[in-house]
Write a protein that binds this ligand. Structure first.
Ligand code: HEC
Length: 153
């Protein structure tokens, strides 16, 4: 590649680093507090995008990847935030939890691209069963692959 083009690419890369990225962690208003074991699973697998306690990884400081990470966190928090429980009625939260089981079962959550960077965030079959049993017991959420529904919200 001609030197000029390489310099131009490096220049653009450096310049885009100056675009501000919102990596804010807003205050926690009310945190979900399930059993310790359940909370640990949710913390390691979901908190980076579904809480106000995001651990921003090093690559969230490097544009353009940082834009994608910030976007996922923003959207994730909007959809479901385990540290802003005051946003939900019990009924609404139960619907979210039910949907969460389905998403985890279908390996859509945590986001596959995130699992690639954070293998430990993967929800194992054993963890899924624990989660499912807990939600059944504490929240009377009955869910199985056969009765899945695809309703939004
Ligand atoms: C890397 C970020 C990321 C992680 C980690 C993550 N999510 Fe998400 N989640 C998102 C984004 C972004 C959306 C909204 C867009 C979409 O649905 O794909 C979302 C949407 C959802 C929804 C839909 C919300 C609704 O209204 O029903 C549920 C449920 C959900 N996630 C559950 C989870 C659970 C449970 C975990 C952990 C096991 C998890 N997510 C981990 C980013 C993430």
């Amino acid at each position: 590649m001609p030197k000029k083009i390489i310099l131009a690419i490096v220049g653009v890369f450096l310049i885009i680093q100056l675009i501000p990225v919102d990596r804010n962690n807003p205050p926690v208003s009310e945190e979900w507090n399930p059993d310790r074991e359940i909370k640990q699973i949710i913390q390691k697998s979901c908190y980076d995008c579904h809480s106000n306690k995001t651990k921003w990884p090093w690559y969230s400081y490097v544009a353009p990847v940082s834009w994608l990470v910030a976007h996922d966190v923003k959207e994730g928090r909007e959809e479901l935030n385990f540290t802003e429980m005051d946003r939900y009625s019990e009924r609404r939260f139960k619907r979210k939890l039910r949907h969460a089981l389905e998403e985890v079962y279908e390996k859509e959550m945590p986001l596959p691209i995130y699992v690639l960077m954070h293998p430990e965030a993967k929800v194992t079959d054993e963890e899924f069963t624990k989660l499912k049993n807990y939600l059944e017991k504490e929240y009377k959420i009955e869910w199985s692959p056969e009765n899945e529904d695809h309703e939004e919200e």
